[in-house]
Design a protein. Structure first.
Length: 571
């Protein structure tokens, strides 16, 4: 029987009153929930019914493995699937499996990415198909509460399970791998460069903030053989050992019934995909706000956003993009045709037809993530109702890889349209201003360089948008002869965020300069008017030739506030 302590979630259920709660139930957790947990903006609470599912699956899994051959529990894994694990070796089989698979390489991942992975994995386990001890779920939720996260390296998955990263999590839970705290200090297990560490500050290890990996060579290295032997002889780190005011979760006694059950998941890929989707979806909306300012700066036509145009061709995303644009600038549903220029450049005229598919792609990706974040996709799937372990390929992430590839391609189209509008803003025929929005000094270059800078950042976006799902791998002596490379797709989507921001930041700098030079001020009650007020408060009004690096950096950061404006135009 499972002890009452194994399902005690009291610690997970007493978050500070000022933080919202996210109930992890293995059924309805969404992208926004994962992002809030990754950001430390909410605290996790395991659902009561969900914890009962975890307990039932654990009890069933131990009985099934004790009476029959179950992959990874009473057998080896991969090409070793037919090799039985003797009963006398079963107790150590789980730890040996974790140790052998905890071989992720490359840069150390950011706290935010690792926390997203922990949130996804905890929720998936609560779906009730893994069959591992319930205290693991409690420990993952505890880590999310107190800010602790395992050291995890970047590479190790080809889209058939994030087994290397999750094995590092497993060893951390067992007390054999380091944790970092909210302050970046390291505690427990084998630390950076193979040493056992307590409270080492993050500054001693080169690290990068936000979602980027650490920047120190190959990241955290595996322990040296002698150090590993000494550490294993001493046993795991003390349960709940504190370092710098935070505590690593209590060490878990993981065995053959826990190891594969923990690592049989794509939780890192899903967490990264959730973070990327959340950021880029918001940035696409912010881009439309920037485009509205550019449209006003060039006296653009409202006809391209007219309701009859999109009723005649009713793609959902395009209809919504057109409606949002009308609200941003205060245009009528059936605007009066312009008296001057007929047909703007595509950067304005085709915005609904390009932003719309990006919104549709975001919705499609979120639908896939909604399934996967709540999926019991472990192999084998433990079914207490049938007292059976079903061996399957449900971990294969074809849907996710394809959805991510589609989304990146759509996002790159939106960014490319931003560079088109930037070129239009530099053209006197549309602005009635000097070329490149220059001041009145002879041969001034104004914002000329922004076209080059935006084009360079767009080049990165094009590279990131290459379909990862075209990859192929034959592994484990030919037994695993396909790979989705959803893991690469997620990393590329996350990496695209920074380049995308810079592209649109260039357009925003130019749009605000054009509006200032023309002394155009949209109605401050309109969303576009509020956006211009925000931008003018942040961006330097100096028109003379000067470096624009800081301007673009500030504009790129301002896009998050533009996202809020865009989300407000939903009436």
């Amino acid at each position: 029987m499972v002890s009452s302590r194994s399902v005690d979630t009291s610690r997970a259920m007493t978050p500070p009153a000022h933080l919202a709660l996210v109930v992890l139930d293995g059924r309805s957790t969404g992208v926004d929930d994962v992002v809030r947990l990754a950001d430390g903006a909410a605290r996790p609470v395991p659902g009561t019914d969900a914890m009962k599912r975890v307990e039932d699956a654990w009890c069933a899994a131990r009985q099934i493995a004790a009476t029959g051959r179950v992959y990874g529990r009473s057998t080896g894994v991969g090409a070793n699937r037919s090799e039985d694990v003797p009963s006398e070796a079963a107790a150590d089989h789980g730890l040996r499996l974790l140790r052998s698979h905890a071989g992720a390489i490359g840069e150390e991942l950011s706290a935010r990415q690792v926390r997203a992975m922990l949130a996804v994995r905890a929720n998936q386990l609560l779906a009730g198909g893994a069959g591992l001890r319930p205290t693991v779920v409690t420990a993952l939720c505890e880590a999310l509460e107190n800010g602790a996260y395992p050291v995890v390296n970047e590479f190790g998955s080809v889209g058939t399970g994030d087994i290397a990263a999750l094995a590092q999590v497993g060893l951390a839970l067992a007390g054999e791998h380091p944790w970092r705290g909210p302050d970046g200090s390291v505690s427990g297990g084998a630390g950076v460069n193979g040493s056992v560490t307590e409270g080492r500050p993050a500054e001693e290890e080169p690290r990068q903030g936000a979602d980027g990996p650490a920047s120190g060579g190959a990241g955290v290295r595996a322990p040296r053989a002698g150090e590993r032997s000494r550490r294993l002889a001493e046993g795991p780190a003390a349960p709940g050992a504190r370092s710098g005011g935070w505590a690593a979760p209590e060490a878990q006694p993981l065995d053959n019934n826990d190891a594969l059950a923990l690592i049989s998941s794509n939780a890192l890929t899903l967490g990264q995909a959730a973070l990327a989707l959340h950021e880029l979806r918001g940035l696409i909306g912010a881009t439309q706000v920037v485009a509205a300012l550019s449209l006003l700066a060039v006296d653009g036509s409202h006809e391209a956003y007219a309701a009859p145009v999109h009723a005649a061709r009713p793609h959902r995303g395009s209809v919504e993009a057109a409606r949002r644009m009308r609200e941003l600038i205060g245009a009528a549903d059936r605007p009066t045709p312009p008296l001057g220029r007929i047909q703007d450049p595509y950067g304005f005229r085709c915005l609904p037809q390009i932003h719309g598919p990006a919104h549709d792609a975001a919705d499609a990706l979120e639908a896939v993530l909604a399934v996967e974040i709540n999926a019991a996709a472990e192999n084998p799937l433990i079914s207490p109702e049938d007292m059976a372990a079903y061996h399957h390929g449900g971990f294969y992430q074809a849907q996710l890889a394809l959805a991510l590839d589609h989304f990146r391609l759509a996002v790159t189209q939106v960014a490319r349209l931003s560079t088109s509008r930037l070129s239009t803003l530099n053209e006197p025929a549309y602005t009635r201003l000097r070329p490149f929005l220059a001041d009145h000094e002879p041969a001034s270059s104004g914002v000329m360089i922004l076209e080059y800078a935006a084009g360079a950042a767009l080049g990165d976006l094009r590279a990131f948008s290459a379909p990862a799902s075209l990859g192929h791998a034959v592994l484990s002596r030919g037994v695993e002869e396909q790979a989705s490379f959803a893991s690469l797709a997620a990393r590329q989507t996350l990496r695209a965020c920074g380049a995308y921001r810079l592209v649109v930041g260039c357009e925003l700098v130019a749009a605000v300069r054009a509006l200032r030079q023309r002394d155009l001020r949209p109605d401050p009650e309109l969303p576009a008017g509020r956006a211009l007020e925000l931008a003018e408060a942040v961006l330097d009004a100096e028109q003379a030739d000067r470096p624009l690096t800081d301007d673009v950096t500030a504009a790129a950061a301002l896009l998050d506030r533009f996202t809020d404006i865009w989300r407000g135009s939903t009436s």
